[in-house]
Design a protein around this ligand. Structure first.
Ligand SMILES: Cc1cc2nc3c(=O)[nH]c(=O)nc-3n(C[C@H](O)[C@H](O)[C@H](O)COP(=O)(O)OP(=O)(O)OC[C@H]3O[C@@H](n4cnc5c(N)ncnc54)[C@H](O)[C@@H]3O)c2cc1C
Length: 413
């Protein structure tokens, strides 16, 4: 079949990989040149440990507290927007224990599937993307966070995700080459990490070699729909027709979805990262829990990433929040001397956030040749390879590797 994939981030590219492998003629369409997307500058963590969706008990009150601090990790820009109000309402409705219990099962299944796909990629693909299985350290400073994280580790173990509660001395033993100051931590030994910009650039090159066509700097503007099928994908340069279409346009998918009779509440969650070109003394990626900062050893340097700004699709860089990331470092790694980056050294990405914290993955019931794969929020890289596999199975009408129930893209229609 001729398959058009709209969006060339990790979700579109992994779908292209599996669809090409299954023998289809694949075209990836993207408005950008694909050098800098949300999928290139992220923290690179593959995290089956992340079982709890953003919409969870306690997030609303924390979010409100954080909103009044300009260097805080979470911010919702108040604005009159029907889409934001609707998203906020659904977020509120899902921030409860019952939803967490259901969502965590779905997240665990897709995470495990995705990790096993990355393991396969690392051993089979003819290029390196620095895939490492060294686990993840969750570090905390306060009693309150310690309590929450210990609960989290119990929850994880109950769900079959191995987690170990560590004293501050045990944390230090895991990182012998850098001083770590913590009250304690939780270690998830089965998490992994990779270097996202290497994965993306090398995967694109590989896909081109395999015959996948890329139409970059091509803006999708509309669709021609006939007899419940997408007859034409309309772009700023040409009209294209495909047998099957995959919608993987990240944070833009909510607005694009409306043209396809889809009601997919979506907000862009902006985050920043920068690389510190100091020799990486840390071995294991970590998350500073109070500051919500992710730290990943990457190649010869260290990547710091964080913040979640729900402020619409825009590309302004708020250096105050970047300062919040930099300022958090000495509390955890007191001997790491990280300078404030210049604005041009800061990367930003727009995480496609669904309000319930679960991605939208499935075939449309209304438009027969449309498959949706988007809304992965903070977990898009982690769930990327698995999502691509599921997209290929859905299009082939094969039995999917996991239950798709929680991911129905039309659950808000
Ligand atoms: C600071 C930060 C750290 C993160 N760390 C991690 C992590 O450690 N682990 C993890 O799993 N996730 C992480 N994430 C989240 C992850 O990066 C995202 O979930 C993921 O990149 C989303 O991938 P995507 O393919 O859905 O979207 P994108 O990468 O945004 O790709 C969507 C593409 O669609 C294109 N597009 C949109 N509209 C149109 C249109 N009209 N026409 C043509 N093209 C269009 C865009 O140009 C874009 O290239 C992080 C994010 C941030 C910001």
């Amino acid at each position: 079949m001729k398959i058009g994939i709209l969006g060339g981030g990790i979700i579109g590219l992994s779908s292209a990989y599996y669809l090409n492998k299954a023998g289809h003629q694949v075209t990836v369409i993207d408005q950008s040149d694909l050098e800098v997307t949300c999928s290139t500058g992220n923290a690179g963590m593959i995290v089956p440990s992340h079982l709890i969706p953003l919409a969870s008990p306690g997030m609303i009150s924390k979010g409100i507290r954080w909103m009044f601090n300009s260097t805080s990790p979470f911010y919702v820009k108040p604005r009159w927007s029907g889409d934001l109000l609707k998203w906020g309402y659904h977020f509120y409705k899902h921030a409860n224990k019952e939803h967490v219990a259901k969502a965590s099962i779905a997240l665990k299944e897709i995470s495990m599937l995705s990790k096993s796909m990355y393991q396969q990629w690392a051993s089979e693909l003819p290029f390196d993307f620095e895939y490492n299985e060294r686990g993840l350290l969750m570090l905390y400073q306060t009693k309150e966070t310690e309590h929450e994280e210990r609960e989290m580790s119990r929850f994880a173990n109950q769900h079959g995700v191995e987690a170990h509660i560590l004293s501050s001395e045990e944390v230090q033993q895991l990182e012998p080459h850098v001083k770590v100051t913590t009250r304690g931590g939780v270690f998830f030994p089965n998490d992994a990490h990779l270097t996202p910009h290497l994965l993306i650039s090398r995967l694109i090159r590989y896909l081109r070699e395999q015959g996948v066509e890329f139409k970059t700097k091509t803006l999708l503007t509309d669709f021609v729909i006939e007899n419940q099928k997408i007859k034409m994908v309309v772009t700023n340069s040409e009209n294209l027709s495909f047998d099957e279409v995959v919608l993987a346009t990240g944070s833009w998918s909510g607005v694009i979805g409306k043209k396809l009779q889809l009601n997919m509440p979506m907000q862009a969650g902006k985050g920043y990262s920068f690389n510190a070109s100091i020799e990486s003394t840390i071995q294991i990626p970590s998350i500073f829990l109070e500051a919500r900062v992710a730290v990943t050893p990457m190649g010869g340097s260290i990547r710091f990433g964080g913040t979640m700004e729900i402020a619409g699709v825009n590309h302004t860089i708020n250096m105050n929040r970047v300062k919040g990331i930099v300022d958090s470092i000495p509390a955890y790694y007191p001997e790491m001397n990280i300078r404030m980056p210049e604005q041009q050294e800061v990367w930003h990405g727009l995480r496609p956030c669904s309000p319930d914290g679960l991605p939208y993955i499935g075939k449309s019931k209304q438009i027969q040749n449309l498959t949706i794969a988007t809304g992965h929020a903070m977990l898009g890289l982690s769930l990327g390879a698995g999502t691509g596999k599921l997209v290929q199975q859905l299009i082939a009408h094969d039995q999917t590797s996991i239950s798709m129930e929680g991911f129905d893209p039309e659950r808000y229609n």
